[in-house]
Design a protein around this ligand. Sequence first.
Ligand code: P1T
Length: 390
Amino acid sequence: MKFSTKAIHCGEEPNLKEGGCGDVVVPIHLASTFARKEVDKPTGGYEYARTGNPTRDALEKRLAELENAKYGLAFASGLAAETTLALALLKKGDHVIAFEDLYGGTRRLFDCTLTNFGLEFTYVDATNPENVKGAIKSNTKLVWLETPTNPLLKLCDIYAISKTAKENSLITVVDNTFASPYLQNPLNLGADIVVHSTTKYLGGHSDVIGGAILLSDDELYNKLKFNQNAIGAVPSPFDCFLVLRGTKTLAVRMDRHNYNALKLAEYLNTHPQVEKVNYPGLKTHSQHELAKKQMSGFGGMVSFYLKESIGVGAFLGKLKLIALAESLGGVESLINQPATMTHASLTQKERDRIGITNNLLRLSVGIEDIEDLKVDLAQALQESRVDSSD
Ligand code: P1T
């Protein structure tokens, strides 16, 4: 099956067997526990809903199919997935190499929580695979990547880095949230594990918080599956249903996100009040060729720096359609100032070093009519000029 067919059918085949009612949508199984006939084995395959339930099973199966993975594990949030992964696969004294440009919450988890458990993190500019290689130490266990990154839309070469990691017996994890499985499949490029915040494109409607881990390695899966239950950061059946429903339209939504984001990136790129635009689909993006190689589209995320002639607060206040909010990947367009919102937990020094300055804005381009989005940006840019005499 091709992607959009899998996204609708995998994990949700109608049950036409004896006793099944043939429903084409998997039910929201609310039972927290499952009765058994014999003491030593679950009768219907389930025992307790934290350990597993049919709605979550359907979601895990579908997400695994979409990432070409053997196994899927669903979690209560993207950060719940990340926490479980770290606690399951790392131990005190282990070292992790991470891309310096990551979602602020991921860096907060690493720097403010996991370091308390004796884990060590080194951040590198992974746009150059040599920087990852150069950071390997005797206690390095794992390489953590985002591509494209949040919020600067930088890329890293998944194939090259995974190859180096394998040669050094390291696990490569790719947070594929920004691309979604429709545009990029890191496991096909050599990565060991894919992580998603399903809150974003997979859910797609800004109405659910969720996370997932997808992988094919039996040994790693067994550790993660054990810890999914042991730690217990699992999604509710209703949340599983919402993400399952979201995945059905992922392909059509992503096509429109791609189209709208490219149009807006091109528009902003030529706008006199915009200093620089970060979008992998632009020929001016320094990694455009890599984007073409490892992605099948450039996604719905754009970030840009406003010139000093624009008041950032005034600009954000003038937007009428595009909401000022954290998060991304929904059908509605959102804008965010990373320095004060999603990446506020980084130190000022670190933000400045990476390039997350106050004039950087991040757009999650929705699937509205492109003309309405352009008009909204245009009027806000015009109205917020510091030198505007009207
Ligand atoms: O919010 P949660 O579902 O826990 O997912 C965390 C997460 C993980 N990885 C990436 C790349 C993310 O962007 C996020 C969450 N990001 C936002 C809320 C944001 O506005 O960037």
